[in-house]
Design a protein around this ligand. Structure first.
Ligand SMILES: Nc1ncnc2c1ncn2[C@@H]1O[C@H](COP(=O)(O)OP(=O)(O)OP(=O)(O)O)[C@@H](O)[C@H]1O
Ligand SMILES: [Mg+2]
Length: 296
């Protein structure tokens, strides 16, 4: 699933509501062309997860998502036997007087008693096109999982003792995201193409608002984006991402605001700033100063 050109991919993404600047479109273009995993790092809410979802959508491919967290293990990422169903089956066989013997054991360890988790689903996918595998927020998983992933990314096979080795016919397209709460290992990075998604430029963010909040007037979106861009220069505990810009626009629209005003800002700061200290710092004089600057 490659594209004729980077422009082509960029346009297709834009048509699906995802604004990718040229460098990001290039990274994705190359990942598809070279069939390499794409590791996306960046601050929260800059569109890392969304690009994987959009890619699956524009190519009509299945999206398989593995949300990472601490303590992720085989049972939650690859497979687990469905013990309840196995127990019921044993009871049933017992009632029929046929619970014992090798055949019965083999039967309860057959695929129908297997609960397939995302990585196994990705390997076993049989659709016309290989799926898009989104390994989201890898930095939250522990290092053992990363080591396991490393292996998987190189040979695309998984061994299940009772069933044997399962191998992917066509490896999925892999997008890995990280919020960089810790560094991803060099060994994993080496297998991936890497791209850092920064906060968007003013122009890019305006395009995103136009794509995602078409109800906002040109004036409102211009002022909102300019305000958020200024806010990102303030020394805050948590800077607003694109997600916050979109939420804020939605909040302002819900209040029928056609443009930014001090009152509207103070009423809706909670849509862009999520820490009390940040809100206290911005509310009042600072908000007024930024408003003056962006509406001058
Ligand atoms: N370039 C973009 N084009 C269109 N929408 C975007 C873009 N970037 C971000 N968004 C929107 O912003 C929101 C947040 O994006 P997303 O969830 O992908 O962020 P993220 O980088 O994965 O954040 P987190 O690290 O918090 O998971 C989504 O609603 C998404 O639609
Ligand atoms: Mg995300």
């Amino acid at each position: 699933m490659t594209y004729a050109s980077i422009d082509d991919l960029q346009t297709t993404l834009a048509d699906a509501g995802y604004v990718a600047d040229r460098p990001l479109a290039t990274a994705l273009f190359l990942a598809l062309k070279l069939e390499k995993p794409l590791l996306l790092e960046g601050e929260a809410g800059v569109g890392k997860t969304e690009i994987a979802k959009t890619l699956a959508r524009i190519q009509g491919r299945q999206l398989i998502r593995l949300q990472c967290y601490e303590g992720l293990d085989v049972a939650t990422t690859i497979y687990e036997w469905n013990y309840t169903r196995q127990m019921l089956q044993i009871r049933l066989l017992e009632a029929q007087g046929a619970a014992h013997g090798d055949q019965a054991i083999r039967d309860i360890f057959s695929p129908e008693f297997l609960i397939k988790r995302p990585l196994l689903q990705a390997i076993e996918a049989t659709g016309e096109l290989p799926p898009v595998l989104l390994i989201d927020e890898i930095d939250r998983a522990d290092e053992e999982f990363e080591a396991f992933l490393l292996e998987l990314l190189s040979d695309w096979q998984i061994s299940i003792p009772e069933l044997g080795t399962l191998r992917a016919e066509r490896p999925p397209t892999v997008i890995i995201t990280s919020n960089r709460t810790r560094e991803v290992h060099d060994a994993l990075k080496r297998r991936c193409l890497f791209y850092w998604i920064d906060y968007p430029s003013l122009e890019k963010e305006q395009q995103i608002v136009a794509a995602r909040q078409p109800g906002a007037s040109a004036r409102l979106s211009r002022e909102v984006v300019a305000f958020v861009q200024e806010l990102r220069k303030v020394d805050l505990y948590k800077l607003p991402g694109v997600a916050e810009t979109l939420d804020w626009t939605a909040a302002l629209l819900a209040l029928d605001a056609q443009s930014l005003s001090e009152g509207a800002i103070n009423d809706t700061l909670g849509a862009i700033l999520k820490y009390h200290d940040d809100i206290e710092q911005v509310r009042g004089p600072k908000a007024r100063a930024i408003l003056d600057k962006v509406t001058r």
